[in-house]
Design a protein around this ligand. Structure first.
Ligand code: CDP
Ligand code: CDP
Length: 225
């Protein structure tokens, strides 16, 4: 039987991973798995329940009692925590500010990775995150590392927040992104690093369409090998 096809997309915050991963998955008929949404969901629940964010064992205990579902439907991707739709809430700045801490614990990561791999058992997938090519799907046929300058990434988040009616500060967004990049790349467990064999795409001055067609070109090339 032919092996299922896996596309791993990693990179720092606002490099465009989820936007392009979703489109690529849609065009290929693959399932899109947003692993960041899983870490955000746990962070959201920990904040809501007043769980100590500095205690990995406590966070794992919470995760073991938490059901996280990623759904694709008419309204795009929805994220459910214990049946409750938290799609918007997991993107709130309070969650963004704590998610790198929550995802730094070995216990938490081991359980998340177990869940993520289980989601790939019976379908072709596009999965995005920080450790997909290096750790979650080391045998993925295509590995992409998306990057963009921190200024450009802050501008992207600024535009998103403006559209949502928020009143963002570009400087605050820039420092929050830079801090998250630092925590994600310097942590001891599965830090953000370009996987061996990953193809780097700098999206700073590329449109979404250009990034999507570059990834589709790479996939086509690999599938015909
Ligand atoms: O979309 P954005 O880049 O802002 O972040 P995300 O993909 O939703 O991920 C949020 C955070 O979860 C990251 O900053 C990491 O701390 C963590 N994360 C991780 O550690 N490993 C993953 N595979 C995915 C996310
Ligand atoms: O998932 P990640 O945090 O890497 O990025 P994202 O949530 O997909 O956010 C990227 C933002 O930049 C979205 O608002 C996109 O519309 C925009 N963008 C992009 O994704 N890719 C480009 N080449 C240009 C803009």
């Amino acid at each position: 039987m032919e092996r299922l096809f896996q596309i791993a997309i990693d990179g720092p915050a606002a490099a465009g991973k989820s936007t392009v991963a979703k489109i690529v998955a849609g065009k290929l008929g693959y399932v899109y798995i947003d692993t960041g949404a899983m870490y955000r969901s746990l962070t959201y629940k920990a904040l809501k329940t007043g769980t100590d964010l500095n205690n990995g064992a406590g966070l794992l205990e919470l995760l073991n009692r938490t059901e996280i579902n990623l759904l694709t439907g008419e309204n795009g991707q929805r994220v459910l925590v214990d049946g409750d739709d938290v799609t918007e809430r997991i993107r709130y700045p309070e969650v963004s500010a704590q998610v790198s801490l929550v995802s730094s614990f070995q216990e938490v990561r081991t359980e998340m990775v177990r869940r993520q791999r289980r989601l790939t058992e019976s379908c072709n997938v596009v999965m995005d995150g920080r450790d997909i090519g290096t750790h979650v799907l080391p045998d993925a046929q295509v590995k992409i590392f998306l990057k963009a300058s921190v200024d450009e990434r802050a501008v992207r988040r600024y535009k998103e927040e403006k559209l949502k009616g928020m009143n963002p500060s570009i400087e605050a967004l820039k420092s929050a992104i830079a801090l998250r990049d630092k925590m994600d790349t310097e942590r001891a467990v599965s830090p953000l690093v370009k996987a061996e064999g990953a193809i780097e795409v700098d999206t700073t001055s590329l449109s979404i369409e250009e990034v999507v067609s570059e990834i589709l070109r790479i996939v086509k090339e690999r599938r015909s090998l």
